[in-house]
Each structure stands twice: as structure tokens, then as C-alpha cells.
Write a new protein. Structure first.
Length: 498
């Protein structure tokens, strides 16, 4: 039976960065930086103004979001599974908040947060952490991203099942290893005699039929120029190795692992959430490509067969995926398991590891270690968070988000801009819909498995500080109540009296 995972709402958002102090579990290190004083009013205005910034998935102004964010009565967003008329779907991006705040940044020394600040935040969060809806185990960490200071911690270093919040670790590692501009290629190679062409998958799960059509057109042009009217077709998915199925087995939440697939192996018209999946992603992609080649005027002889390109061959057509920044944002906003697992494998390939679950685990962990993050008792078993063997700490998740906000690591900024926006986008579109607050101001990755609920993200507080937080709960019995309890914690960070 499928684990209950997030059912994201609609489409995604945009993109905009290095050296934090040793508050993330490391002694010593470079100087910290902090923002100069920003008033509470300015902080709230900046957060509301973020809805005016469009990301790479939407080049136009998101007027609906602007209207809703500035309305006198905030009523939240649409239901997760419906694109209703009462709420916008796309997520606004964060550059307006992040750029405006970081533009005032200055350097300062490294010191622990003053005792008064700790007492105040404890007074706000401790009662909320006692909510029975959070199950029998819970953990929390809050970090001021400007200084790297831990403002709050409870069970901070306890390893817990993160569910989909582990995607934060996966995406940070991929961006760190490959950079936000990296694109995943899908190529067609033709033998020297033009008698055989091979469709070669590079691991892009977002490849769609239109992309295959463009590849077929390019291939046909090259073959016709060489006077070749018919070919044998092979397909190569050897970039990935290891078991094809995730440890949870065949599941509508994720396709079999393959370096060659179309639309994440979905067998319906969906672009996110659970869906029937093919058991032969590479073969299906090749058969679709064969039909498109025929339509472009090149006949394929027989059925496509698996195989590597001929030793003497050349590339005749190439398709590049969206930049890694866009893939990261889509993976986080929609909690996309297929993209997350692909990013783990791309990280493995970059590290020279086998592109399988074990290789991904080693490569992601190695990248996090390079960022000098606390990894004691951490186990990143997969890229998506579907594996219950995943164990992370609240300190790690909050630390990852703080790293992404550090201007010395601009390559990590898509992790922040990809986080769902409360009441607006992705897995948060149907949450924060009451008048309690938080709508449009909180950006966070959600995590849901049976008995597990988590939330990790950022919020601008009433002092204008950008805070990174991670809240983890295990042993929960009522998901809706657990989610509401987590939402209250995040809302308190943004609006609590401190």
C-alpha cells in the first residue's frame, strides 16, 4: 500500500546564496555576517512584496497572488487537489525578500544568541511543542540566517525520520556538486554508416513528448542529409544502475528508476502527485521516439531494442533539461519524488559513484560534509524521503536552509525559492488558510508519511530577521492535526511576541 505523501497543488516558482559560522555544528570557521537593523514593518512589507517577483516558471506578474497577499482579509489558498477559482496556483519567488535584506548585510563576530532571546523564543515555542498532535517524539531548531546563531533547539540532534523534508538535503547536495546552471542531456547518436541510431538517456525525468519530437526532427534532418531513409533503433538507459524500484516497491508515488523516461513514467496526463506508472520507462520512451521518427520521415526497422551506441558514432540531436535550479524548485514545490531521486543520481554521477541508491546516498552525504554540516547519526537513504531508513536531525535541516541563505553560497539559493509558499503553492497551497496568519509569509518543505509529519523552511519575523526552522514529529496519529500543530509553530515564529 502506498505511503501517504504530499499531494501537491499546482505549478512551481523561480530562482535567485556560503560561509556561515560554526553555529551549524562546526567549531571555528569564517566570520559570520548579519543584516543591519530592519524594522518589523519593513520585514512584513518585504515578505508581502515577494509575491510580485516571478521565477523562471512564470515570466509574468502573478497578479492573483498579489491581490490575495495584500487583501484586507487573508483567507489562504486553494485545496491541494483542485485548481479552484478562489486561489492562485503558482508560487511566488523569494528574491524580493532575500535580495532586499541581504543588500544591507554586514559582517560581525560569532557569538551565541543572548540568553534573553533564547528565553523569549522558548516562551513562544515550548507550549506549542507540547501539543499531543505532534506524537511521542518531536524536535525543533530555529536559526537566525543572518548570524548563524541558533535561537531555539529542542531535540536538535536526535535522528528522526524526515519524510519529504529530506529533499532539502538532496537538492542542496545536487546544487553544490553540479551548480544551478547544469542541464541533463538526452542525446541521439548515429553509427558512422547511419544504419543505427541510439536514443541515450542522461537521467532527465522531465523529458516529455514534445522534447522527443524535437529530437526526432533533428535526427531525421541528419539522416536525410546522409541519404539514410531507414534505421534500426536502440535505446540506452545504462547511465543508471542498481535496482529499478525504490525500496517501497511499485508505487504510484514514484516510477521505476530509469535514465530514460517520458513524463516521469506517468500513464495519464498528470504532471505531479500520485499516478499510474509504467514498468518499462525506457522502452516506452523508445517506442514513442520510434513513432515520432516515422512521422518525421525516417522508417525504423523492427521494434526498438536496448543497446549502447556503436563505438564509431556521432551525436546527431541533443535535448537539454531545464537548468538544475528549475528542477530543484519543482522537486521542492511539488514534492516531486522522481526529480528528487534523479538529482541524487546526478550527484552520484558527478562524484564518480554508481548511479544507484547506495551511490546517491554516499554522494549526497559527501557533499553535505563538504559544507561542514552536522551529520552525526544522519542517514540519507534515498533522495525523496519515501524510505523510512532516512534519518536526519532538526539541526541538519535548519542548517541546510541557513547555508542556502548564506551569500557565500549563491548556488544554493534555488533551495529557498523552491520552497512552497503558505496558502499559495505546492504542498502548502491548502494550509495556512485560516485567519491565524502565515499565509504568504512562510515558505516551507513539508514531509508526510504514516506516523511522520515534518516542516522545514524560512520566515521573516517581526524584527525583520530571516529565520530558518525545522520541526520534526514522529508517532503522530492524526495527520491533519499534526500539520496544524506544525503550522502554528511556524506562524508563531513570524508573528509571535518576542
Amino acid at each position: 500500500m502506498a505511503e501517504p505523501v504530499e499531494r501537491p497543488s499546482t505549478e512551481p516558482p523561480g530562482t535567485p546564496g556560503g560561509s556561515l559560522a560554526a553555529r551549524l555544528g562546526v567549531r571555528g570557521g569564517a566570520d559570520n555576517w548579519r543584516f543591519t537593523a530592519v524594522s518589523a514593518v519593513a520585514g512584513l512589507a518585504l515578505a508581502a512584496g515577494a509575491v510580485l517577483a516571478a521565477g523562471p516558471w512564470d515570466s509574468g506578474q502573478r497578479k492573483a497572488e498579489r491581490d490575495r497577499a495584500t487583501a484586507a482579509e487573508r483567507t489562504g489558498g486553494a485545496h491541494h487537489d483542485a485548481d479552484g477559482p478562489d486561489g492562485p496556483a503558482p508560487a511566488p519567488s523569494a528574491p524580493a525578500v532575500l535580495a532586499a535584506l541581504s543588500a544591507t548585510g554586514t559582517r560581525t563576530g560569532t557569538k551565541d544568541a543572548p540568553a534573553g532571546a533564547l528565553r523569549d523564543l522558548r516562551a513562544v515555542l515550548d507550549p506549542l511543542m507540547e501539543n499531543d498532535a505532534l506524537g511521542d517524539r518531536r524536535a525543533a531548531v530555529v536559526i537566525d540566517t543572518a548570524t548563524g546563531k541558533r535561537l531555539y533547539g529542542k531535540g536538535a540532534d536526535a535522528p528522526m525520520t524526515p519524510a519529504s523534508t529530506v529533499k532539502i538535503a538532496t537538492t542542496v547536495a545536487a546544487l553544490s556538486a553540479l551548480g544551478p546552471a547544469h542541464r541533463i542531456p538526452t542525446t541521439v547518436r548515429a553509427s558512422d554508416d547511419l544504419r543505427t541510431v541510439t536514443l541515450v538517456g542522461g537521467g532527465d525525468p522531465t523529458l516529455d513528448k514534445a522534447d522527443l519530437r524535437a529530437l526526432a526532427a533533428g535526427t531525421a534532418r541528419a539522416l536525410k542529409a546522409g541519404k539514410a531513409g531507414s534505421v534500426r533503433l536502440r535505446y540506452d538507459a545504462s547511465a543508471y544502475s542498481g535496482p529499478s524500484h525504490h525500496p517501497i516497491g511499485p508505487n504510484e508515488n514514484i516510477a521505476p528508476m530509469s535514465a530514460l523516461m517520458v513524463n516521469e513514467g506517468r500513464q495519464d496526463d498528470s504532471s505531479k502527485g500520485p499516478a499510474p506508472r509504467t514498468e518499462d520507462p525506457a522502452g516506452d520512451a523508445a517506442r514513442t521516439f520510434a513513432g515520432l521518427l516515422d512521422a518525421a520521415g525516417v522508417t525504423t526497422k523492427g521494434a526498438p531494442a536496448p543497446g549502447r551506441p556503436a563505438k564509431k558514432s556521432r551525436t546527431v540531436a541533443t535535448h537539454l533539461s531545464a537548468p538544475l535550479s528549475g528542477l530543484v524548485e519543482r522537486a521542492l514545490t511539488n514534492s516531486d519524488n522522481d526529480i528528487a531521486e534523479a538529482l541524487a543520481r546526478q550527484t552520484a554521477i558527478a562524484a564518480g559513484e554508481p548511479a544507484d541508491f547506495n551511490g546517491g546516498r554516499r554522494a549526497v552525504t559527501a557533499q553535505l560534509r563538504k559544507l561542514r554540516l552536522p551529520l552525526k547519526e544522519v542517514n540519507v537513504a534515498d533522495g525523496s524521503g519515501l524510505d523510512r531508513k532516512d534519518k536526519v536531525t532538526a539541526a541538519l535541516l535548519a542548517g541546510l536552509l541557513a547555508r542556502a541563505a548564506d551569500p557565500a553560497h549563491p548556488e544554493l539559493r534555488p533551495v529557498l525559492t523552491g520552497l512552497p509558499v503558505a496558502g499559495f503553492s505546492g504542498t502548502l497551497s491548502g494550509r495556512y488558510t485560516s485567519k491565524a496568519g502565515g499565509t504568504g509569509f512562510i515558505r516551507a518543505k513539508t514531509g508526510t508519511l504514516t506516523g511522520v509529519n515534518s516542516l522545514a523552511g524560512t520566515v521573516v519575523d517581526t524584527r525583520g530577521r530571516l529565520l530558518a526552522f525545522a520541526f520534526l514529529a514522529s508517532g503522530t496519529t492524526a495527520p491533519t492535526e499534526a500539520q496544524a500543530a506544525l503550522d502554528k509553530l511556524a506562524t508563531a515564529l513570524g508573528a509571535g511576541k518576542r
